[in-house]
Write a protein that binds this ligand. Structure first.
Ligand code: ADP
Ligand code: MG
Length: 566
C-alpha cells in the first residue's frame, strides 16, 4: 500500500512499551482510565478552540466519549469527538518524540509492579498503557475542522515499530481499538468495563456512553422490528467541583485528584470552596502526598487548571498561587474572567490578585489544619515539601506569621535529625527571662549539632534550632521574629544571654580581665585574619571558636555567594 508508512518508535518509547507488555500486569484496568482521560482532554481542547472558531464543531457540539466492547472479536474501543490529530501529530504524540517524562519515568522504576504502574500517569505516558492489555492497538483519528480524507490510522503491535496510513474518517475525533491479549478477555465484558468506568471516570465532566444492555426480545414480537442501538451514560458526568460538598464522597474527591494530577497516590488533603460576593469562583485545591520528581526543576508543570464558567481554559495557570506553593494541585472556576482570557491578561487582571491572596490563605489554613491533626500526616508533608515552604517567608511577607507556624525544625531539645519541632513548641519551652530564639546554621546536621557555639547553651539548658538545609540562611534572613521574640544566630556577634545571673556576670567580668593580656597577644598574631579577638564565656570545652560579626553575611550565605563566583 503506497500510503502506508512504517516507522520506528523512539528509543525510550520502545523501552516503555517493553515494560508495559512484560511487567505491568498487576493493575491492568488502569489503561481504561488513561484512555478515557486522554479522550476527555481532547474534548476539553476542542471546546476551548471552538470558543474562537465555531466552525471546528462541524455543526455537532454534543461532546461525548463512547466505549464499545465486542466479545466475539475480543476488542474494546474508546471513541471521542474531541480535537483529534492529523498525521504529523499522530507521529509526534504516539511514537517518535521523546517526552520529558519518559526518561524520568524509566529512571524512577523500582521493579515493584504495584509502585511502577502507579508512576505511569504521573509521567505522561498514559497512552502506552493500552499495551498492558492489548497485543495490537489501532488508532483512527481525524482533526476537527479538517476534511474527512485527512483521517489517519496508526497501528502497532507494541514492539519496535508502528504504521500510519491515510483512511477517511467522517466524524472528527479519535477512536482507539484494543485487540485484547489472552487472559484480558474481561475487558470485552460489558459489566466489567462499566464498573471500571464508574470507579475511575465518574467525575469526568463529559458523558462516557455505553450501549444499553439489550432486552431479550419478547416472543410475540414481529421479526421485522429492528432495534436501534441506544447508548446511555455510565458515569455521573457533571464537573465535580460544581456539586456541593455534601454531595461528593471522599472517594470521588480522591479519584478527581488522580485525574487532574496524574498521580496514582491519593492526595494528603483537599479543600473545596465556593466563593460568592464581589468575586465569584469555585476552587478545589489538593495537597499531594509525594513531591513530584521534578519539583526542583524550574520548568516543572505547576499551577491550577483554570475554567471560566465551567469551560476549560488552560492547564498550569500559575498566577493563582505563589511559587512556594507550587506543589498544590487543583481547579479554579471563575465566573468573572472573560472566556477569551490568556496568560497575558491573567497577569494584568486585578481580580486575579485578590483570588491569589485568598487561595494562598486557603492553602496555608489547610496546612495549619493538617498540622493540628493527630498522626504523622504533617510530618510526612514536611518531609516532602518542607524545603519549599521555607522559601515562603522571603516570597510572601504578608503571610509570614502563618508560614512561620508551619515551619518545623531539628533542635537541641531532641538532638535528632528529624525536623519535627515547631516554633510554638520552642517558645513554650523557653525558660523565664529568655527573650530570643537561638539558632545555629551549618553545612549538615552533624556539624550543626556538634558546633562549639552550642556549648554554653547546652550547659545552661537553652534550646537552639539546628539548621542545615540549603535554604536555611535564606529563610533566617527573612524571619526576623516569631511571637515577639527575635531570632539570634549563636555564631554571630557578642552573646547576651539574658538568663545569666548576677553571679555569672561577675564571673564573666573576671574572665575578661584575666584574659586581657592573652587577647592582646592573639590580636597581634591574627591581625590580618580576624576582625577582633574577644574573651568569651560561650565555650565550656573548646578553647576557641570563630564567630561572625552581627552585620556580616552568614557562613552558609557566604558559601553560596562564593560558589556563585562572587
Ligand atoms: P499525556 O496525556 O500525559 O500527554 P499520553 O501518553 O496519555 O500522555 O498521551 C500522549 C499524547 O497523545 C497526548 O498528549 C495527546 O496529544 C495525544 N492523544 C492521546 N490520546 C488522544 C485523543 N484521544 N485525542 C487526541 N489526542 C490524543
Ligand atoms: Mg494521558
Amino acid at each position: 500500500d503506497a500510503n502506508k508508512e512504517t516507522l520506528g518508535f523512539q528509543t525510550e518509547a520502545k523501552q516503555l512499551l517493553h515494560l508495559m507488555i512484560h511487567s505491568l500486569y498487576s493493575n491492568k484496568e488502569i489503561f481504561l482510565r488513561e484512555l478515557i482521560s486522554n479522550a476527555s482532554d481532547a474534548i476539553d481542547k476542542l471546546r476551548f478552540a471552538a470558543l474562537s472558531d465555531g466552525g471546528l464543531l462541524e455543526g455537532q457540539g454534543d461532546y461525548q466519549v463512547q466505549v464499545d466492547v465486542d466479545k466475539d472479536a475480543n476488542t474494546i474501543t474508546i471513541s471521542d469527538n474531541g480535537i483529534g490529530m492529523n498525521r504529523d501529530e499522530v507521529i509526534e504524540h504516539l511514537g517518535t518524540i521523546a517526552k520529558s517524562g519518559t526518561a524520568a519515568f524509566l529512571e524512577s522504576l523500582t521493579g515493584d509492579q504495584q509502585k511502577d504502574s502507579q508512576l505511569i500517569g504521573q509521567f505522561g505516558v498514559g497512552f502506552y498503557s493500552a499495551f498492558i492489555v492489548a497485543d495490537r492497538v489501532a488508532v483512527h483519528t481525524r482533526k476537527a475542522g479538517e476534511a474527512a480524507d485527512t483521517g489517519v490510522i496508526w497501528e502497532s503491535a507494541g514492539e519496535s515499530e508502528f504504521s500510519v496510513e491515510v483512511r477517511d474518517k467522517a466524524d472528527r475525533g479519535t477512536s482507539i481499538t484494543l485487540f485484547l491479549k489472552e487472559g484480558c478477555e474481561e475487558f470485552a465484558e460489558d459489566f466489567r468495563v462499566r464498573s471500571v468506568i464508574k470507579k475511575y471516570s465518574d467525575h469526568i465532566a463529559v458523558p462516557v456512553m455505553m450501549l444499553k444492555p439489550a432486552m431479550p426480545a419478547a416472543e410475540d414480537e414481529e421479526e421485522t422490528v429492528v432495534e436501534v442501538p441506544e447508548y446511555e451514560a455510565v458515569n455521573e458526568a457533571t464537573a465535580l467541583w460544581t456539586r456541593s460538598r455534601a454531595e461528593v464522597s471522599d472517594e470521588e474527591y480522591k479519584e478527581f485528584y488522580k485525574h487532574i494530577s496524574h498521580d496514582f497516590e491519593e492526595p494528603q488533603t483537599w479543600s473545596h470552596n465556593k466563593v460568592e460576593g464581589k468575586l465569584e469562583y469555585t476552587s478545589l485545591l489538593y495537597i499531594p502526598k509525594k513531591a513530584p520528581f521534578d519539583m526542583w526543576n524550574r520548568d516543572m508543570a505547576r499551577g491550577l487548571k483554570l475554567y471560566v464558567q465551567r469551560t476549560f481554559i488552560m492547564d498550569e495557570a500559575e498566577q493563582f498561587l505563589p511559587l512556594y506553593l507550587r506543589f498544590v494541585k487543583g481547579v479554579i472556576d471563575s465566573n468573572d474572567l472573560p472566556l477569551n482570557v490568556s496568560r497575558e491578561i491573567l497577569q494584568q487582571e486585578g481580580s486575579v490578585d485578590s483570588m491569589r491572596s485568598a487561595l494562598t490563605k486557603r492553602v496555608l489554613d489547610m496546612l495549619g489544619k493538617l498540622a493540628k491533626k493527630e498522626g504523622d500526616d504533617y510530618a510526612q508533608f514536611w518531609t516532602e515539601f518542607g524545603q519549599v515552604i521555607k522559601e515562603g517567608p522571603a516570597e510572601d511577607f504578608a503571610n509570614k506569621e502563618k508560614i512561620a507556624k508551619l515551619l518545623r525544625f531539628a533542635t537541641t531539645h531532641t538532638d535528632a535529625e528529624a525536623q519535627d519541632q515547631s516554633l510554638e513548641d520552642y517558645v513554650s519551652r523557653m525558660p523565664e527571662g529568655q527573650d530570643k530564639i537561638f539558632y545555629v546554621v551549618a553545612e549538615n546536621f552533624n556539624t550543626a549539632k556538634s558546633s562549639p557555639h552550642l556549648e554554653v547553651f547546652r550547659k545552661k539548658g537553652i534550646e537552639v534550632l539546628l539548621l542545615s538545609d540549603r535554604v536555611d540562611d535564606w529563610l533566617m534572613n527573612h524571619l526576623q521574629d516569631f511571637d515577639g521574640k527575635a531570632f539570634q544566630d549563636v555564631a554571630r556577634g557578642a552573646l547576651d544571654l539574658a538568663t545569666d545571673s548576677e553571679e555569672e556576670k561577675a564571673e564573666q567580668e573576671k574572665v575578661q580581665k584575666e584574659a586581657e593580656g592573652l587577647v592582646e597577644r592573639l590580636s597581634k598574631v591574627l591581625d590580618d585574619k580576624v576582625a577582633e579577638v574577644r574573651a568569651t564565656s560561650r565555650l565550656t570545652d573548646s578553647p576557641a571558636c570563630l564567630v561572625v560579626g552581627d552585620f556580616d553575611m552568614g557562613a552558609q550565605m557566604k558559601r553560596i555567594m562564593e560558589a556563585a563566583g562572587q
